[in-house]
Design a protein around this ligand. Structure first.
Ligand code: ADP
Ligand code: MG
Length: 727
């Protein structure tokens, strides 16, 4: 049934009644081939096949796939699609698509629309230019995309063109994963199974566990025309020069402030598109920095949430274009101004509807909660370096460990109350938890009593427990969440498997012991070491850096060093043993990460070189000449030397900075070419980090000085003031 195509204007009618079509509930998911559309277009058997694949991981037969393809095509054609694409998430970041037409000519002037089960299930994009870390030699450049039925197909509309998109994984001819999704699905299934078995200690009715994820997404918006005048934003995603404006975020007047009109119009449009795609967006607000915003969906099953986040970034960029805006997803687009992240809210929910990370009113008595809570803490403590590696990118280095949220030291915040509960549980403190539950009554007349959270807030923690979920806040804003979620699921899954083994063994060795007591004993033994990772103070303080060192927690500040965690034997054991990556996949992935670190910095170096040579030095020199002419003129008409003193002083400052910037730029180019000659990707990354990158800062220091010295009208680049405050 073709749905009439609608244009949803978010404006209300004059009489203040929202017409039916304008309600989000009316158009939510209309561009998704989800259960509602399937009911219309698929047979019961075909629907059941999809359901079985989603719930039980059962493979769909080619015959069933043919049926699904028929229905999916009918739906897509009715909605105005001409093409379809396998939509996947290659290792270079963002998403990839290659459109094929449904249309097949049969005669000179006749044709039909066709879509087979085979085309739905598998495609072979000629994709030798996607990064594979050496897995796929170009001479056998075969890569296959394979349908992931657990994430529904959707219709992407851009510039009025509608395309059916089919979520897929991307694997090589030899079966190795070449994308972000394949290992995520494996890690997801792994933790699901491990968590289910542990949950069954507490309720034998549990037969499955869903991993839930809600991704808060931060981003900047800048005017598209100003953006186009900044080669650094265009090519590197961040400003490589630019002096901090007189007013930045010090007044904290932007956070939760009223949303500028132009931005609100964008948000409303982009949310509408997202809602049509079934992305359950619910929250929007200004962030801390000027020009920075955030949106958040309601949490969903993890694989879907990761797909939705990738899709969301795509939709955002496309809708922004229609509003003359540019979305900056880079982790640190502006120096001296907060960067952006993605808070990954993660939890485990049983098929009986219980969130096992929900402490309830008496966490101290809730052994199921304590089990999952402590096991997660232990997993983070044991594998902190892997978590750190999972979010390591050149861009995220500007946040982590750079006096910026959050710190590079991986610690866990659980709040006062739960820290006390854990201490009581371990037996290191006696008596009842000292911390009060739910902050005192608010005692404001006319205001009803509200429910205050059991966990207070700590914005400086990279991994925080917030009420009934853990929130991994160190994930970069431009990242695909799959990398960090694959690691988190793997380490927690691995920990739960270990836990179950230990409990069962201990129970068998102690005749007549109660399972509950054995569980407590094992959990207590975990806390002994793992509690070192708990930290509730200010994560940005120097004291914490010292304290963390004392506790033996690592503080890894850059990507090349962070990625070494993937090269360790223990990481290989962990991933290989649990079937997430084989050795080859792990090595290839790490290689790609080293390479993309280098490529990012290489691009930045080149852009910086261009900025220096073609923008900054010419402008500074022309201003210098202006001043020199002015001095000359004044002297010619008989002014004294002291009357031109200020101008001479500026001339000398300009000359100094021009020379300094020129020299640093040459040194940087030189270091780059030296680094480029290094064969080994790991060592090349280290050279870029240690030799090339510091020179960026030298160049910037002088570029920013020049910006402050020369005539505003002559500065060749839009300034921070314009980029951040232009509404
Ligand atoms: P904030 O952390 O900014 O206060 P919220 O508490 O509203 O935000 O939640 C942020 C995100 O966490 C939302 O996407 C929300 O759906 C998600 N979330 C809430 N509960 C869970 C859960 N049990 N599992 C995963 N995500 C959750
Ligand atoms: Mg949050």
């Amino acid at each position: 049934m073709p749905t009439p195509s609608k244009t949803h204007t978010p404006t209300r009618k004059k009489d203040n009644n929202v017409v039916e079509e304008q309600k989000i509930s009316h158009y939510f998911g209309e561009n998704v081939f989800g259960p509602e559309a399937q009911k219309q277009y698929l047979s019961k058997e075909a629907m059941k096949a999809i359901d079985d694949a989603v719930k039980n991981g059962k493979a769909i037969s080619i015959n069933e796939a043919d049926h699904v393809a028929q229905g999916m095509q009918a739906w897509a054609l009715a909605k105005g699609c001409t093409h379809y694409t396998h939509w996947f998430q290659p290792l270079r970041g963002t998403t990839a698509e290659k459109h094929d037409s449904f249309f097949e000519p049969v005669g000179q002037d006749t044709g039909v629309e066709k879509f087979s089960g085979k085309a739905l299930v598998q495609q072979e994009p000629d994709a030798s230019s996607f990064p594979s870390g050496g897995i796929r030699n170009t001479f056998e450049a075969r890569g296959y995309t394979a349908w992931d039925p657990s994430s529904p197909a959707f219709i992407m509309e851009k510039a009025g063109v509608k395309t059916l998109c089919i979520p897929t994984i991307f694997v090589s001819y030899t079966g190795e994963a070449l994308d972000n999704k394949a290992p995520l699905l494996k890690a997801n299934a792994f933790v699901r199974k491990a968590a289910t078995e542990v949950a069954r200690y507490f309720d034998s009715n549990v037969s499955d566990i869903m991993v839930s994820l809600g991704v808060e997404q931060e981003y900047f918006l800048v005017d598209a025309e100003l953006f186009a005048q900044r080669p650094d934003l265009m090519l590197a995603g961040r400003t490589l020069v630019g002096s901090v404006p007189a007013k930045g975020q010090q007044l904290e007047d932007h956070y939760f402030g009223s949303i500028p009109n132009r931005v609100l119009a964008f948000m409303s449009d982009f949310e509408e598109k997202a809602h049509q795609l079934g992305i359950p967006l619910r929250t929007r607000h200004n962030e801390v920095a000027p020009g920075q915003f955030e949106c958040a969906p309601q949490f969903e099953e993890l694989n879907l949430a990761v797909d939705h986040n990738s899709l969301l970034m795509d939709v955002m960029e496309s809708v922004a274009e229609e509003h003359g805006l540019k979305v900056l997803l880079h982790e640190k687009p502006f120096k001296g101004i907060n960067g952006s992240g993605k808070h990954n809210n993660w939890s485990l929910i049983t098929n009986t509807g219980v969130n096992v990370l929900s402490p309830g009113n008496s966490p101290e008595k809730n052994l199921q909660f304590l089990t999952f809570f402590i096991n997660t803490i232990k997993a983070v403590y044991d594998h902190a370096d892997l978590l750190r590696a999972s979010i390591a990118t050149a861009a995220n280095d500007h946040r982590l460990g750079a006096n910026e949220a959050p710190p590079a030291i991986v610690s866990v915040f659980v709040g006062d109350l739960l820290e006390h509960v854990l201490a009581d549980f371990e037996g290191t403190t006696t008596g009842k938890s000292k911390a009060k539950k739910s902050g005192a009554s608010i005692k404001v007349p006319n205001i009803p009593e509200i429910l205050l959270d059991n966990t207070d807030r700590n914005r400086t923690s990279p991994f925080a427990f917030t009420g009934n979920k853990f929130e991994f806040r160190a994930v970069g804003s431009s990242d695909n969440c799959a990398s960090s979620m694959t690691v988190l699921n793997t380490i927690v899954g691995n920990q739960l498997v270990e836990f179950k083994k230990q409990v069962d063994t201990l129970k068998a060795s102690k005749k007549g012991s109660k399972t509950e007591d054995v569980i407590k004993e094992v959990l207590r033994s975990y806390l002994k070491d793992s509690k070192k990772v708990l930290f509730g103070g200010n994560g940005y303080s120097q004291d914490w850096v010292k304290e963390a060192r004392k506790r033996g927690l690592n503080n890894i500040k850059n990507t090349p060093e962070a990625l070494e965690a993937y090269l360790s034997k223990s990481a290989a054991d962990l991933f290989v043993r649990n079937g997430i990556f084989n050795h080859k996949e792990l090595e290839a992935r790490t290689e790609i990460k080293f390479e993309s670190y280098v490529l990012r910095l290489q691009i930045e170096g080149r852009v910086l070189n261009e900025l220096v040579q073609n923008f900054i030095i010419p402008s500074a020199a022309s201003y210098l000449k202006k001043l020199a002419d002015s001095v000359q003129t004044l002297l010619n008409i008989g002014q004294s030397k002291s009357s031109v003193k200020a101008q001479l002083d500026i001339i000398s400052q300009l000359s100094q900075s021009i020379n300094a910037i020129y020299n640093s730029n040459n040194a940087m180019t030189n270091e780059r070419s030296k680094a480029n000659k290094i064969e080994d990707a790991h060592k090349r990354a280290i050279a870029y980090c240690q030799k090339v990158k510091p020179l960026f800062d030298d160049i910037r220091e002088h570029a920013d000085k020049l910006e402050q010295l020369i005539d505003d009208a002559e500065w060749p680049l839009p300034k921070y003031r314009e980029l951040l405050f232009n509404r």
